[in-house]
Design a protein around this ligand. Structure first.
Ligand SMILES: C[S@@+](CC[C@H](N)C(=O)[O-])C[C@H]1O[C@@H](n2cnc3c(N)ncnc32)[C@H](O)[C@@H]1O
Length: 258
């Protein structure tokens, strides 16, 4: 394939059900997740999408439980990958439907799922991650940052900083992300690409709200829930289906259960 064709290859695909997009590459922290495998306690991939991360972990010799939001998607994944002893698919919906026992997993990947959760769902989810992990097991998380470049035309970041001063532990989601995108377009007239992405968002968002994260605040939540922070940083995410990309679009977190 020529380098031009490589460039044109989409970095994401809509998932078959409503729940975002799934990415063509693996997660930037995939190796950290795979290294959690201790030959005894399996890895968990929450919201596995097209399973690229799961497959990389399987190829490295790990046992993996991969989960998705709808039963139809789980059935489609089973047909696509056919079951192997070291791979199983499960229906899981954060935070309330998590069909696993306490202290089951040595590593949990939650790649680009947190931004679909509101405050209450997020708190319950981090609590569940703690419950599912063995002592010393790790949660590996990536999600959209409040520093994402596409948000810069509006003063959302400043508003959120003020909100955090009043309630430092409250994760205020964007109540209606499509409305915010329309606000952005009123400030910076959209290109055709931006309009196409907006149309995609209309189809794929599971709920109207969307959370963008402050890395310090997310790390504080994990600390309070009994984790030690091993990594908290931001970085670029050129794969995000956005019309404008920056150097700090993604929050990256690795947290170890004490
Ligand atoms: C942006 S996609 C990321 C897919 C995959 N992890 C990847 O990195 O390519 C988000 C995934 O999270 C799943 N998801 C969204 N909300 C969820 C929830 N409340 N509980 C579990 N999974 C959820 C969606 O089904 C979707 O596959």
């Amino acid at each position: 394939m020529s380098s031009t064709a490589e460039k044109e290859k989409p970095l994401f695909n809509p998932v078959a059900h409503v729940g975002g997009v799934t990415f063509e590459g693996v997660n930037v922290l995939v190796e950290d997740w795979i290294q959690c495998w201790d030959s005894e306690h399996p890895l968990l991939d929450i919201g596995c999408g097209n399973c690229k991360n799961t497959i990389q972990a399987l190829d490295a010799g790990a046992r993996v439980y991969a989960t998705e939001l709808s039963i139809d998607t789980v059935n489609a994944l089973i047909l696509q990958y056919s079951l192997r002893p070291e791979l199983s698919f499960h229906h899981l919906s954060l935070p309330e439907n998590i069909p696993f026992n306490d202290c089951t997993f040595s590593g949990i990947l939650c790649s680009e799922v947190f931004h679909f959760l509101n405050h209450a769902e997020l708190i319950a989810t981090v609590w569940e991650l703690h419950r599912l992990l063995i002592s010393g097991g790790k949660a590996v998380i990536t999600c959209c940052s409040e520093n994402a470049k596409f948000l810069e035309p509006i003063d959302l970041k400043e508003q959120r900083a003020k909100q955090r001063q009043k309630r430092p532990d409250y994760f205020t989601p964007i109540e209606n992300i499509l409305e915010i995108e329309r606000e952005i377009f009123a400030v910076v007239p959209p290109t055709q690409e931006a309009l196409d992405i907006y149309e995609l968002h209309k189809q794929i968002l599971p709920k109207p709200y969307f959370n963008v994260f402050n890395s310090g605040q997310l790390a504080m939540l994990f600390e309070r829930m009994g984790f030690v922070i091993e990594k908290i940083t931001t970085g670029p995410a050129p794969q995000y289906p956005l019309w404008d990309h920056g150097e700090n679009d993604q929050v990256r977190l690795i947290a170890r259960k004490k």
